[in-house]
Structure formats: C-alpha cells, structure tokens
Design a protein around this ligand. Structure first.
Ligand code: HEM
Length: 533
C-alpha cells in the first residue's frame, strides 16, 4: 500500500453525518492542517449506497492506516492502526472525549458513563466497575440460562403447533428474538426488572425500542433539527421520542425509589461477598444503592441505568445475530459446536462452570465480534492538540492533530486488516488458537495470550490493540464479561436443541448500521429440532 500524500484541503465530497454547528466551526478552524496525512477522496455515492464503514475499509486499503476524510468543510481522521488506537484509547485517553457521539447520546443517557464528561465519568466508573465482580457474573449466568430457556420453550411450543399441522420446521426472525432475549436479560441483570418481552408486549418495551430507533435516526441524519427550540413539541417523531423517554424514566424512577426504600448499606467488599446465588435481587442497581458512602442522586442513577440498558441490549443481540448468520453458512462448524455442547452439557443447562469448557463456542462468539464489531467505529474528539504515532504503514514521524479533531477509530478495519489476520474476511473461530506470532511490525507487540493470563476470551491485551471488540484503556466496556457469557450461553442453548438454516440466501440479508451492525429486514431462519440428540 502506498500512502498518497497531499497538502491540499479541497472539499472532496459532501457528507450527511453528525453535523452540528460547534463541530462545523471546529473543523473549519482545524481541517486540513494535519501535516502530510493522506486524504481520502470519496465519491458521494460511496456514502449513500452502503454503510459508511464499508467505504472506510476501501479507503484504508488505498490510503493506509491513518488518513483524513474530508467532507466539505468537515474533516475526520480515520484510524485503522493498533499502535495509534492504543495511543488514543489508552496512552493518551484523557486527551479525548466522545465528541459527536456524546452530543447524540446525551439527551438519552444524560451523564451516564458513555457520554459523561470526564469528572462525572471518573466518579461513576469507580463505583460501577466493581459491580461486575465474579459472584455477580456467576449469578448472572443463571439469569442468562433462565431467559434463554424461556426462549427455547417458546420455540418448542411453536414447533409443536407446526408438527400438529404436519410440518417440522418453523420460520422466525432470529434477530427480533435475540433482541427480546437481550432486553429481558439486561432488565434483570441491571435493575431486577423482568420485561418478559419474549412472551408479551408492554408500553415500556415499546418505549425502549422507540428510543433506540430515535438514537439511530440521530446518528445518521445530517441536520440536528431536534436541537431547534420547540422541535420536541412540533415534530411528531420528536414528541413521540419525548413520550418514550418519559415512559422509561418513570419506570426507572419507580425501581430506584423501591431500591432506596429497601437500602442495606455495606462496604464494597462486603457487598461483593453477599451470597449472590441465593439473593432475591442480585442486580447492579441493588449494588449501587447499597454501597456505603456513595449518596448518589436519583437523576445520576437513572442515567447510569439507562446507559447500561441501551449499551448492553442491541450490542449483544447483534453478536448473536451475526454468530448465527455465520454458522448457518458453515454447517461443519455448526456441527462441531453442537458436538462440543453435547459433550459438555448433554441435555443440561449451561452454567458458569460449564462455560469454561465450551471453548469452541467462546471462539465462535469472538470471531463473530471480529467480523461484525459492535459498534464498527469508535468515535473521539481531541480536547487538546496531540501527536499521533506514525502507525505501521503511515508517515513514520506521525501526525500532529489540533484540538477539536474528530476521529473515527475503525474497529471494523482493524479486525479485517490483511496485515494482522490471515484470510481476514473468512469465518475461522480456530484462528484464535494459533495467534502466537508477531509479523514484525515495529511498535506493535504482536499476539500473545500470556499477556492476559486466565482470560476466557481473547481481548485487546492479547492482541496489542489489533482486536478491540470492547474498546480498550480506561473507557473500555464495563459489561464485556457479562456480554460474552450471555452470548455464549444463549448460543449454546439454541444449538443444543435446534438445527438452524437461513431461510433465503446469505446475499438476501441486507446490512444496515446505526450504533450497531444489523439487518435491514431481520435474520429469517428455519429452525428444526435436532435429529441426533
Ligand atoms: C462501552 C461494546 C455489552 C455497558 C463499550 C465500548 C464498546 C462496547 C466497544 C467502548 C466504547 C468507546 O470506547 O467509545 C460492547 C459490546 C457488547 C457490550 C460489543 C456486547 C457484545 C455491554 C453490556 C453492558 C455494557 C452488557 C452493561 C451491562 C457499557 C458501558 C460502556 C460501554 C457502560 C461505557 C464505559 C465507559 O465509558 O466507562 N461497550 N458492549 N456494554 N459498554 Fe459495552
């Protein structure tokens, strides 16, 4: 790959993404003075015909691992490089905030961890992260299993009905099913509330989906008209959004009130030593309310819960969706997974302990996250000027970026980089068993599992930031182990009982993105009972 250097800053294309006034001004002041960074020239059609991250990948192969994307007066630095990613996410993490992402999410998540300003983030991260301790995760394994079981029972019932009509197969949109399953799990795990969305519809569930839908609309619509005074009252979809928020907020406020009324204060260590497997309420909310010495106001708690509800729902549903999509195209790997499940679980439920033996299933989950990372881009804005390292195939001296530079860190590009992965676009869960070598890239430590001893799942430490399914550095996902265990257990319980095929061809499954990569019209599959168990 040759990097095409240019010092001009001519507008190359128009863009409809994440526009707003302050951002525009910042970029007017800073755009183009980023040294000799290559500039991607994209046709406008590239942006509208397909998801943005596809075009970012093509430009990565053409312009290198750090390039500038100029759209009219706006400029983004696109990073597809583990050395630069490590610098932004870990080594110089506090020189960046979430930029446009925070602007979009703030109306929904308030001062929750994802959009929070640095001071609030520091206080709340210190309190929330200890909530994901191992006894909590062990108790959650039971919740994951229980909720997955409910889903399998629903499939059993549908199949029984089908069998009485002479059929053997049911057709379902598994993406919708996984979305309901993930919602039920996150409700129970975070605030001990059973949405029961596998079996019923409710105003709260509708409001959650409405809010997610609006967040996605905002991330892909180019004029932030929702900030215009009165828009929230005059524009019907904005009125609906305000109503949806109110329904969820009322529900969360009730749960917070309830938890506070039954508060039993204790130190963090004591809280972590509670008998989680037998607690009536093992939720994170219980932990946060009971923590001694932290008198957090209701508004902050609500923002924390809302953030986790949204951050932990669609992401996990997407992992399951793409894992099934990939497995359905690789029946031999599906059979291999089923053999592992039969040997480890038989007909029993997955537990915290059995999870440790389901190695192939765990690798399927991480390989699905490699090919379909959620979200495909991490977004940052520099708070001060910064010197980015050169990376492995950019300018060796690196690049100066001014304060206010918007950065897209393309996890999708990193995960499919031909420099770090053999056959990067192929589904090969086994690849994680042999990742031992470094291709000799200066400044990159290569793959080495011994850097993260005891880790059940490959992570950014093992890969020195070439594999970043949950980000890295201080703002890494707090729910990573929760999500990985949840996905592994749900997948194991599905494949234990059913054979899954796509209803149409893989090409029929159109892909769209908002915060996550999902399908345009659902993941329609055929399910039948496994014949050989
Ligand atoms: C942050 C991915 C599930 C809560 C993040 C980040 C990523 C991520 C990439 C970093 C964002 C950034 O650096 O800009 C995922 C994926 C999930 C998942 C792929 C599922 C497979 C969950 C769950 C929870 C959760 C289940 C909560 C129960 C959060 C929170 C943050 C976060 C609170 C913000 C952390 C901070 O800024 O301190 N997630 N996540 N996530 N995630 Fe997750």
């Amino acid at each position: 790959i040759r990097c095409q250097s240019t010092s001009t800053d001519e507008p190359k294309a128009k863009m409809n993404l994440f526009d707003n006034a302050s951002n525009l001004l910042t970029n007017l002041l800073s755009g183009g003075r980023i040294g000799s960074m290559p500039i991607a020239e994209g046709a406008v059609s590239d942006l509208f015909d397909r998801p943005l991250f596809f075009s970012l990948y093509d430009w990565f192969l053409k312009y290198g691992s750090v390039y500038k994307l100029a759209f009219g007066p706006k400029a983004f630095v696109v990073v597809s490089d583990p050395i630069v990613a490590r610098h932004i996410l870990r080594e110089n993490a506090f020189s960046y905030d979430k930029g446009v992402l925070a602007e979009i999410l703030e109306p929904i998540m308030g001062k929750g961890l994802i959009p929070a300003d640095l001071d609030t983030w520091k206080q709340r991260r210190r309190v929330i992260a200890p909530g994901f301790h191992s006894s909590y995760l062990e108790a959650m394994a039971k919740v994951f299993s229980k909720c997955a079981d409910r889903t399998m029972l629903k499939f059993d019932k549908l199949l029984e009905q089908e069998e009485s009509a002479g059929g053997k197969t049911i057709e379902l949109d598994l993406e919708a099913v996984f979305s309901n399953l993930a919602l039920d799990i996150i409700g129970l795990g975070v605030f001990n509330y059973d949405f029961g969305s596998i079996t019923k519809e409710s105003p709260v569930i509708k409001a959650v989906y409405g809010t997610l839908f609006e967040a996605e609309h905002r991330s892909t619509f180019y004029i932030p008209y929702w900030n215009i005074p009165l828009a929230r009252w005059l524009v019907p979809r904005q009125r609906k959004f305000q109503n949806d928020l109110k329904v969820i907020n009322d529900c969360l406020d009730g749960l917070i009130q309830n938890a506070k009324e039954t508060r039993q204060e204790a130190d963090v260590e004591k809280l972590q030593q509670r008998d989680y497997l037998n607690l009536k309420d093992a939720s994170l909310l219980r932990f946060l309310v009971d923590m001694r010495g932290v008198d957090v106001d209701d508004r902050q708690l609500r923002d924390d819960l809302m953030t986790m509800l949204i951050a932990g729902h669609e992401t996990t549903a997407a992992v399951l969706t793409w894992a099934v999509f990939l497995l359905a195209q690789h029946p031999v790997k599906m059979k291999k997974a089923q053999s592992e499940i039969d040997a480890v679980l038989g007909q029993g439920r997955t537990t915290f302990e059995s999870l440790k033996k389901l190695e192939y299933l765990r690798l399927i989950v991480v390989e699905s996250l490699r090919l379909y990372p959620q979200p495909p881009l991490l977004i940052r804005r520099s708070l001060t000027s910064d010197k980015l390292p050169g990376g492995y195939n950019g300018d060796k001296d690196g690049y100066e970026i001014p304060a206010g530079t918007d950065v897209f860190l393309s996890v999708y590009n990193l995960h499919r980089s031909p420099y770090f992965w053999d056959k990067p676009n192929e589904f090969e869960p086994e690849r994680f068993l042999v990742l031992k070598e470094s291709p000799g890239i200066e400044g990159w430590a290569g793959f080495d599992p011994s850097r993260s001893p005891g880790a059940l799942y490959p992570n950014e430490i093992i890969s020195d930031f070439a594999f970043l399914p949950f980000g890295g550095g201080p703002r890494k996902c707090v729910g990573d182990q929760f999500a990985l265990m949840e996905s592994t257990i749900a997948l194991a319980m599905l494949l234990q009982k059913f054979d899954v095929e796509l209803k149409g061809s893989p090409e029929d499954v159109e892909l769209v993105t908002g915060a996550t990569i999902h399908t345009k019209t659902g993941l329609w599959c055929k399910l039948k009972k496994r014949s050989n168990v």
